[in-house]
Design a protein around this ligand. Structure first.
Ligand SMILES: Cc1cc2nc3c(=O)[nH]c(=O)nc-3n(C[C@H](O)[C@H](O)[C@H](O)COP(=O)(O)OP(=O)(O)OC[C@H]3O[C@@H](n4cnc5c(N)ncnc54)[C@H](O)[C@@H]3O)c2cc1C
Ligand code: FES
Ligand code: FES
Length: 1337
């Protein structure tokens, strides 16, 4: 960091080591400081979103309070912590918790051994969240574990094993408690459905191996920091940065002086509002004032009529203080506190709640605030102080609406907030609805209170505050005023609803969209409040105030957050198998411990190369336009900028196979890279990239949606079709015909490690070395070679590991790699190109949005005779893999159903969106739901259950697919049957129906989904693979193959294979990296084939080596491996071999519509049960049972992990993950704040996974590739939601059949459960406005 005069020394500790920073820059955050300033020491803390929303960067900050003499340990997101705020604090990073070279901490050990890591990118953050919890609560409750990781996203595991690792520290039982007998309900002898010959295991790890947690072993808080905190002569500190100054006062007076001198300077408390505004909105503040730790701001004062809480209290401390009050005070006094506590539980994650302060929250007044509406409704007041003195202002509507006369003056600060007790005839409630239960901004929230004349239900005072309905929290004050004196009855409610809708108007084109939904929520939440108050009145005087109807009770409460539990079942290893042979055992991921300690090196963890530059992108802001000019002069003049790179700088091909590196002459989507800037730091590169001026001239047409593409006949390839029977003829003889369509929106990969590329130009022979995260190194090599116009043998790509891929790192790294290589080539310097989360989401696109149209002919008994199905996908602006995705869709569209007359056609649409690409399941998850939709619709028409119609039409015997490939669906039948039986489907369905009869506002739904999934590629040579195995003279073995490790456990399984084949322990075998140097021309690691094909290649290499060793072994059969190797060497036997797998003999003839495109089939079934809240649209996943035909599992832990992770990812696709685009094609969803992948609170409360045994002689050890399969099974949640919504609609006299839409978001659920509230909201004529967002499917 550059030296600046007049700066104090910043002193803090990291992992017990003192850090004295003489040049602390206020603009530098802790994560950057750890990763980039102390590179090589603290790279283990990961960077993923930079906005506090993912938890990957979690560290523990400990502070000593000289007043209470207590040390408080808090989890924080390092990306939002300015280093200057750390003076006097002790930071513990994952390195400080434990490491391989010192001691592995029990948290790390258990996370690893419970299989809680896959790619490992989220693992250091997970460890820190659990570790911090244990520092505060060495024996936590189950609830505390779930709460602790609510702010940590994991895209791989599905959270279940992570929770399980945390549970091992709990006192409470961790076994299945369903029967309350201390015995698991799935225990072996109780299971009659599984062949008794096959012994079934349920333990994926052995807790006896765990080291105990010994809190006395934890590092002590540095005594020097205690002395510093207690120093009576503390003085004001100033840190002077490159552009900004940080001033930390030590007394309240000092703070007030400063605030008077710098009235515009923000007070930096948690920095969770200021930090993101600086980073994402470009706010700049020359001066920061940091009163953090000022004792006057940290207190709680309990009085007879209320609680006063210091403004410096974090939201976590606020929560603790309120909990205490609730415990101590009578219930009637604590209604406001309980309402606040409910929202505090789900507000952000634990990290943000520990950072954000009450003062910061109140003053920043976000329109989505979860606390301010309740504080206002509870008549809270704000205690202000300035040099002029103290005063109180009410926290009321004028304050929240930022009226200057009701606000604090610029020289004032908030000292504390006073929250009065509620009273007997006073009711206070907090209400909210978000896309996800926890860690998501509210779509609409509210704080409401009503006071009655004593002993009556006559309204004396009424307050209603709503968040997320406008630019500020707003009050429905007029409505409240008009209702004074009215009794709390249905007439009042009816008027209240009408008036509030008049008073709070959300315009049709309002930002954030969901206009009609938000209008509905305004009245739905009011209705919930109305019911809660009526119930409260009844409890106070049952004679006078009648209770609410029994069937409305379910409207009262929100879904509770429970700690998930579950069981995983798989075949035990044959007892006769050699104990050394690891195949079939639940072996821990080979990098798991390194994941948990953070020592697993990802590309950006590599140290800087000499002369290294950073790259930032300038992307198109227009969807389709001519580039008139690019002016980079201002950018080039900025400090640190070395070069601006455009299409002109590419020595070779800018357009390789239709994929464009840099836009030239025209842009074809928003987010297309127009140029890049190379600079000495990323901050400089970013700043300059924003200064590049591009002028455009729009070109028509601009095609954003599938509908527009169809209008313009805009396609990326010709139609793909398969057909069997005589569809037209069959339609003539069926009882009924049904037509409909289904829309499935796209999905963002949201791998935790964004795209990362390091390109190092060599001095000789135009060589270039790349280190990156990709699933397809040879593709990167190809694109880089083409861009640089050099032979491929000059380009070396190295992949150590990938922080999650899910298909998003198959093709895109080639483009980004070529862009980086061009920059490296031009500047002659190494380039580090790390996509910011927002850029990654914008540029790299994801799963294809899909439109399915169908016409189905069926008999009244549910037999489907004919189907004519058309698919369109939104491919975006370039070919990428859209044609091949469409081929998959067409080939797999029948899913598990035999329809004798079947026609399926499909075409990828060319639009002006970023080009969509491969995503786990490759078209199948989005296409197969269409089949489920029409089968469900047929059931409804025939008055049969969906399960009956599924069963009737399911493949039953050895059959031929539509493309004439023969297969045996026996495992499908087995999975289906076991799923129905084992999930007690029929009994639970009946119970749900009973529940639904009794509850009008909440409905339960169940669905069972069968699955026929195919593994392989229609192009046979894609599945070839090669490996290289070296045996060294000490007996150690180095295995290399063409597959990439991205968390799926490929390398772990390969080591198991090599161990079995060479008959040596796994510890002898090492797998270092994947590289184009060791294995050329390798196929992509995708399509669930990684272990299949690379395993075969490694097996082949090992068998070759063993054949060479055989004569030696035969001569000395009792010898040791090391002896044989030494002997072989002395006999000049080569100890290195390449292995090769030719690939599956697959092919497809599209002309003839027949072929053998897939190597084999994987079957499965899943049953899910949900409960939906018809008033808000929220849903809760109660239970899921999954049965997957795994054949023989090489590693059940890895396979179960893949199934659970894919299921949760699929559930995200079908429920919470919603990409929003403007009508002009701008992607709005670019961060974890506006794109919601599931968190731990979304996973099933009960989660059972069974690996069903079958045979698969074609694949290695008769295993099956399971990486993608369970993605589609996530749709059981979608159809369970549909089942619940159908029940609601039926009760309301509405049609049972409605078009499928995915994701089934709260908005969809609420607006489909039509009722008096949806009927009363104002509707807008779509022709009169341009909506904020459009559907692109
Ligand atoms: C990832 C993430 C998720 C979130 N989720 C939610 C959510 O679900 N629900 C929700 O309601 N909120 C949510 N928030 C917002 C969060 O609650 C606020 O950002 C936070 O409360 C602000 O507090 P702070 O201490 O961090 O403020 P800071 O960022 O430090 O300061 C904010 C502003 O307040 C002023 N200020 C601070 N203290 C005082 C004081 N004592 N006197 C005068 N002025 C002061 C500062 O000058 C500054 O202008 C989320 C934030 C993040 C980053
Ligand atoms: S990187 Fe800090 S929370 Fe995501
Ligand atoms: S293991 Fe959690 S994101 Fe990969």
């Amino acid at each position: 960091m550059a030296s600046v005069p007049n700066s104090d020394e910043l002193i803090f500790f990291v992992n017990g080591r003192k850090v004295v920073e003489k040049n602390a820059d206020p603009e530098v955050n802790l994560l950057y400081y750890l990763r980039k300033v102390h590179i090589l020491i603290f790279y283990c803390t990961k960077y993923s979103c930079g906005s506090g929303g993912c938890g990957a960067c979690t560290v523990m900050v400990s502070r000593y309070n000289p007043k209470t003499k207590e040390i408080r340990h808090s989890p924080v997101t390092a990306c939002l912590v300015p280093i200057c705020s750390l003076h006097g604090a002790a930071v513990t990073t994952v390195e400080g918790v434990g490491s391989i070279s010192t001691r592995i901490h029990p948290v790390q050990e258990r996370l690893a051994k419970c299989h809680g890591t896959q790619c490992g990118f989220c693992s250091p953050g997970m460890v820190m969240s659990i570790y911090t919890l244990l520092r505060n609560h060495p024996e936590p409750t189950l609830e505390q574990i779930t709460k602790a990781i609510g702010g940590n996203l994991c895209r791989c595991t599905g959270y279940r094993p992570i929770v399980e690792s945390g549970k091992t520290f709990c006192e409470e039982t961790t076994v299945c408690e369903l029967k309350g007998s201390g015995k698991c309900c799935m225990d072996q002898e109780e299971r009659s459905f599984i062949n008794r010959q096959e012994k079934i295991c349920t333990k994926l790890y052995n807790e006896d191996e765990f080291q105990p947690l010994d809190p006395s072993q934890e590092p002590i808080f540095p005594p020097e920091l205690i002395r510093m905190a207690e120093d009576p002569n503390k003085r004001r500190l100033t840190f002077q940065g490159e552009r900004t100054t940080w001033i930390a006062p030590v007394t309240l007076n000092d703070l007030l002086e400063l605030k008077a001198s710098f009235p515009e300077a923000p007070l930096i408390m948690g920095n969770t509002a200021v930090g993101p505004s600086i980073k994402f909105k470009g706010e700049f503040h020359p001066v920061f004032i940091s009163p953090l730790g000022l004792p006057e701001l940290y207190f709680v004062d309990y009085t007879d009529d209320g609680v006063t809480i210091g403004a410096g209290y974090s939201l976590a401390q606020l929560s603790d203080a309120l909990h205490l009050t609730v415990l101590e005070q009578p219930k009637e006094k604590t209604k406001t506190y309980r309402a606040l506590l409910k929202h505090l539980r789900t507000l952000a994650g634990a990290q943000i709640r520990n950072m954000a302060t009450l003062g910061g929250h109140v003053v920043s007044r976000p329109n989505f605030s979860d606390l301010n509406p309740i504080l206002a409704a509870g008549n809270a007041t704000i205690n202000l102080i300035s040099k002029e003195g103290e005063r109180q202002i009410p926290l009321n509507s004028l304050f929240l609406e930022r009226s200057p006369e009701a606000s604090l003056k610029s020289e004032e600060i908030v000292l504390s907030v006073y929250i009065p007790h509620s009273t007997q005839w006073h009711f206070v409630s907090g209400l909210r609805l978000a896309q996800r239960q926890e860690n998501a901004f509210a779509i609409v929230n509210a704080g409401m209170s009503v006071k009655f004349e004593d002993g009556t239900d006559t309204i004396k005072d009424l307050q209603m505050f709503y968040g997320s309905v406008g630019p500020t929290v707003v009050s429905a004050s007029q409505t409240c005023k008009r209702l004074l004196g009215r009794p709390w009855d249905d007439h009042m409610l009816s008027d209240a609803c009408r008036w509030v809708l008049d008073e709070i108007y959300i315009p049709p084109a309002a930002e954030d969209g969901m206009v009609e939904y938000r209008r509905t929520l305004i009245v739905s939440l009011l209705f919930k409040f109305y019911l809660r108050v009526r119930r409260g009145l009844n409890k106070m005087d049952p004679q006078k105030f009648p209770d609410i109807p029994e069937n409305s009770m379910s409207a009262l409460e929100d879904f509770p957050i429970k700690t998930p539990q579950g069981i995983q079942m798989f075949q035990c290893v044959d007892p006769y198998q050699s104990p050394q042979d690891p195949v079939g055992h639940p072996v821990m991921h080979q990098s798991a411990i390194k994941h948990a300690t953070g020592e697993a090196v990802f590309s950006d963890d590599m140290p800087p190369f000499a002369q290294e530059l950073f790259l930032a992108v300038t992307t198109s802001t227009r969807a389709h336009a001519k580039i008139i000019s690019i002016d980079a002069s201002e950018a080039l003049a900025l400090p640190g900028v070395v070069d601006v790179i455009t299409a002109e700088d590419i020595p070779g091909a800018n357009n390789h196979q239709g994929e464009i590196l840099y836009a030239q002459n025209e842009v074809i989507c928003v987010g297309q890279i127009v140029c890049t800037v190379a600079a000495d730091t990323y901050a400089h590169a970013r700043e300059a990239a924003e200064k590049v001026k591009i002028t455009y001239e729009d070109i028509e047409p601009r095609i954003i949606t599938i509908e527009q593409a169809l209008e313009h006949n805009s396609f990326l390839s010709t139609e793909k079709k398969v057909e069997q029977g005589n569809v037209e003829q069959a339609f003539k003889y069926v009882d009924q015909i049904l037509e409909g369509e289904a829309h499935v929106e796209g999905q963002e990969h949201f791998y935790m490690e964004t795209q990362t590329i390091l390109a190092i130009p060599k001095q000789e022979d135009k060589e270039m070395v790349l280190y990156l995260g990709t699933q397809f190194p040879s593709h990167v090599q190809e694109f880089v070679a083409a861009a640089l116009n050099v032979p491929r043998n000059r380009i070396a790509c190295h992949i150590k590991r990938v922080g999650g891929g899910f298909g998003g790192k198959v093709t895109k790294p080639a483009l980004l790699g070529a862009i980086t290589a061009v920059a490296a080539n031009k500047t002659g310097r190494p380039i580090r190109f790390i996509l910011e989360r927002g850029d990654d989401m914008l540029i790299t696109a994801g799963r294809h949005p899909l439109l399915g149209k169908y016409k189905i002919g069926f008999m009244n008994n549910g037999v489907i005779k004919a189907a004519d199905v058309e698919y369109y996908i939104n491919g975006g602006c370039t070919p990428d893999e859209s044609e091949s995705v469409m081929e998959y869709i067409v080939l797999k569209s029948d899913n598990a159903y035999h329809i004798p007359n079947f026609r399926c056609r499909g075409r990828p649409c060319k639009t002006n969106l970023p080009s969509n690409t491969a995503f786990r399941g490759y078209g199948f998850p989005e296409a197969a739901v269409v089949a489920e939709a029409y089968v469900t619709a047929v059931a409804s028409r025939c008055d049969l259950s969906p399960e009956e119609v599924k069963e009737i039409n399911m493949y039953k015997r050895i059959s031929k697919t539509t493309y004439k490939q023969t297969f045996d669906p026996e495992p499908l039948r087995k999975c289906w049957k076991e799923c129905l039986e084992k999930s007690s489907f029929s009994a639970r369905k009946l119970a749900a129906e009973e529940f639904n009869k009794k509850n009008y506002w909440k409905k339960r739904g169940l669905a069972v989904i069968p699955m026929k999934f195919t593994v392989g590629f229609p192009v046979g040579y894609y599945s070839q693979a090669a490996a290289l195995v070296h045996i060294y003279l000490d007996g150690s073995v180095l295995v290399t193959h063409g597959g990439c490790e991205m968390g799926q456990g490929l390398h772990t399984k390969i080591i198991q294979v090599a161990s079995r084949e060479l008959n040596i322990p796994q510890s002898y075998i090492h797998l270092s990296e994947t590289s184009t140097v060791t294995v050329p021309n390798a196929s992509f690691t995708a399509a669930s084939m990684g272990t299949d094909i690379n395993g075969k290649a490694v097996q082949n290499a090992c068998q070759i080596l063993m054949a060479r060793l055989q004569p030696i072994i035969r001569k000395n059969p009792k010898g040791r491996w090391e002896d044989w190797i030494t002997k072989a060497f002395t006999e000049s036997i080569s100890l290195s071999a390449t292995g090769y797998f030719k690939g599956y003999q697959t092919h497809m003839d599209w002309e003839k519509e027949k072929g053998e495109p897939f190597a084999y089939y994987v079957y499965g079934a899943a049953c899910s049960e949900v409960e939906v809240d018809c008033l808000t649209g929220a849903h809760k996943l109660l239970r899921t049972d999954i049965f997957v035909d795994a054949a023989f599992s090489i590693n059940p832990a890895v396979d179960v992990g893949q199934i659970e992770g894919a299921f949760i990812q699929g559930m995200g696709l079908y429920t919470t993950e919603e990409l929003k685009y403007s009508p002009e094609g701008v992607l709005y969803s670019r961060s974890p704040e506006d794109y919601k992948i599931p968190t731990v609170t979304e996973i099933p409360e009960e989660f059972y996974v069974t690996l069903v045994r079958s045979r698969n002689p074609i694949a290695i050890y008769s295993s099956k590739g399971l990486g993608e399969t369970a993605m589609f099974l996530g749709s059981s949640v979608l159809f369970a939601i549909f089942d619940a919504v159908t029940a609601a609609r039926e009760e309301r006299g509405l049609t049972k059949i409605f078009n499928l839409k995915s994701p089934a978001t709260p908005e969809f659920i609420r607006m489909t459960c039509v009722d008096q509230f949806t009927d009363m909201i104002p509707r807008d004529d779509p022709s009169t406005f341009t909506p904020w967002s459009v559907r692109v499917s």
